[in-house]
Design a protein around this ligand. Structure first.
Ligand code: ATP
Ligand code: MG
Length: 282
């Protein structure tokens, strides 16, 4: 079974897109075949990987609304493909309302990629509208990026209630594979307090690795590159590689519990790029 991972938090600017791009890139670099889908009309994942907004023909609107699966485009990383988004996606929420099985459009469309990828990663918009509901209905698990600030916990309550409702009505198997602390500043006492609250409350659901605030991470999208290609040795790059390892461990444990060990035979083809090769792609 293909693992489908959504990056969800209805709060804006918490690091969903940065995490989607860089976790997907790190997982691809560690030898897994990954498809990244931009399901946000802002198209930040699309431009962050070096594609011009609206210049792409085959996009995530086709995936959710039309009846044909788009051809993913190749990215600079050999194991990472992308289904970009365009501004058309703004209309998708409204169009979905009139459709039958409106919550399951994405889930159905993704069946076309069964067997092609180990992971499908999906970047969500900052809302709990129908696009996000489609992600939650299709996902095997979600990752929740959280910025360590005062209102972080409040926003999480709404998200967790939505997840409970989705589990009850649409997707009983939906799991939270982890809560990821982003833009973390160790010198900030509030950040430490929020971290401690989150770890006390959600215990092992919170990734051990935190993503530090890093100028290099915020620069990378303007160069159209994941951090692993833009600055592989920066703290941001190292942290996302570490989260990717932790994430893969968690998925492995989950699969073992479900008795599917066989699936996890390494499919190391062109992944695990050596730093020198990464540099050559820069
Ligand atoms: P939206 O809700 O609008 O989709 P988002 O949750 O996807 O936002 P991002 O776009 O990933 O959030 O991040 C918001 C801003 O913070 C961006 O300018 C991004 O470059 C920057 N940013 C994200 N993570 C970091 C980090 N660890 N260090 C520094 N800047 C960061
Ligand atoms: Mg975003």
């Amino acid at each position: 079974m293909i693992e489908i991972i959504g990056f969800c938090n209805q709060k804006g600017g918490v690091g969903k897109t940065t995490t989607a791009i860089n976790l997907a890139a790190s997982v691809a670099d560690q030898g897994r075949h990954a498809l990244l889908i931009d399901l946000d009309p802002q198209s930040n994942t699309t431009t962050g990987l070096g594609f011009q907004k609206n210049s792409v023909i085959s996009n995530s609107y086709n995936l959710v609304i039309d009846n044909f699966p788009p051809n993913p485009v190749k990215t600079a990383l050999p194991n990472l493909d992308l289904i970009p988004s365009t501004s058309d996606l703004v209309a998708a929420e409204a169009n979905l309302y009139g459709m039958s099985e409106k919550e399951f459009r994405l889930k159905k469309a993704l069946q076309a990629f069964q067997g092609d990828y180990d992971f499908v990663f999906i970047d969500a918009p900052p809302s709990l509208g129908l696009l996000t509901i489609n992600i939650l209905a299709a996902a095997t698990s979600i990752i929740v990026p959280v910025q360590c600030e005062y209102y972080a916990l409040e926003g999480l309550t709404d998200l967790l209630q939505t997840i409970d409702a989705v589990r009850e009505k649409l997707n009983p198997a939906l799991d939270i594979s982890g809560i990821l602390l982003t833009m973390y500043d160790r010198r900030n006492n509030l950040a430490k307090e929020v971290e401690s609250d989150l770890r006390n409350h959600f215990v092992e659901k919170v990734f051990k690795t935190v993503i530090p605030r890093s100028v290099r991470l915020s620069e990378a999208p303007s160069h159209g590159k994941p951090i692993i290609l833009y600055d592989p040795y920066s703290s941001g790059s190292q942290s996302y590689q570490e989260v990717a390892r932790e994430f893969l461990e968690r998925i492995k444990t989950k699969e073992k519990e479900e008795g599917g060990e066989e699936k996890w035979k390494e499919r190391r083809l062109v992944g695990g790029l050596q730093p020198s090769f990464r540099q050559s792609l820069r």
